[in-house]
Design a protein around this ligand. Sequence first.
Ligand SMILES: [Zn+2]
Ligand SMILES: [Zn+2]
Length: 298
Amino acid sequence: MIWAKTQIGAGATAARLWTFAPWFFPYIPRRKMSLPADYHMHSPLCRHATGEPEDYARQAVAARLTEIGFSDHAPMRQDNFDQWRMNAAQLDEYVEKVQKARAAFPRLVIRLGLEVDFMPGQEAWIAELAGRHPWDYFIGSVHYVSDDWAVDDPQKLSEWNSRDPFDVWRIYFTRLTMAAESKLFDIIGHADLPKKFGHRPAQDCRPLYAKFLDAAAASGCAIELNTAGLRKDCKEIYPNRTLLEMAFERNVAITFGSDAHAPDEVGKNFDEAVALARSAGYRVCRRMARRQSRLVEF
Ligand SMILES: [Zn+2]
Ligand SMILES: [Zn+2]
C-alpha cells in the first residue's frame, strides 16, 4: 500500500463497483470490514479528561479496534489561554505518554496527533507546532468564535442568551472555511459543533456548509464523524446528515472519532457513525501516518 495524499474519488468508485460485484460474481466472498480507526481521544494533560493513554488503548483492544490515534488539545502559544489544554512545556510529556501506550500495546496501531484550535492569527504557531514532533495528523477544530468565547464551553452557556444562532453559525463556518483553506490540518473536527447544547438556527445553513466543503475538497483535508454529539444535548453525531451528504457529493474524505475524554468512551457509538456514513454514500475512510493518508474500506 502506497501512502500518499489521496482523493476519495478512486476509492469511492471502487467501493461502488464492489457493491455491484456480488451480482456479477456471486462466488466472491464479501470481505469482512473492520471498524474504522478512532482518531479523536484526549489525555489528562488537557485538564478535563481522565485516564492515561494506556487505559484508552486497553479499551480499544477490548472494543476490537485495530487502530486509534490520540488528539489531545494542543497548547496555545500563550499558556493559560484557557483552562482546558496542556501547556506548551508539556508537549514532550504528551508524546512520551503516547509512546508508552505504543510500547504496552504493540499489536494496536496507535497514531500521534493533536486537536489544534484554529483561530485567525494562530497560523504561525500551528506551523511551529507541526515541526516539533513526528505527528501522524492534526485535527483542526474551531471552538472559539471570538477571542474569549468557545461555543462548546459549558461555563459560558449563558453567552448563548444574547446571541443569534445563525450569526454564531456564520462566524463559526467562516472560521472553519479558513481552517480548511489553511492547509495546516489533515482533518477538520466536529464540523457543526455550535449545535452542542441544542441551539439551531432557523435559516438554511447549506450555503455555509457548501463554502466550507468546497474549501475542504480543494485543500484535500478530511472531515471527521465525531460521535461525542450523541452524548450531548444535541443528541446527534457531528456533522449532521445534510452536511455529510454534501461532503460526499464533493469527494471530501472522512475519518471517525469518539472524542473520548475517558477510557470507556473509546470507539463509542461507532456502529451508528458507520451506518450514517454508509447511508450518505461513503464506503471508504482515511487512515493517517506521518501526515500522509490512504483510503481503507469500512
Ligand atoms: Zn473539540
Ligand atoms: Zn476533542
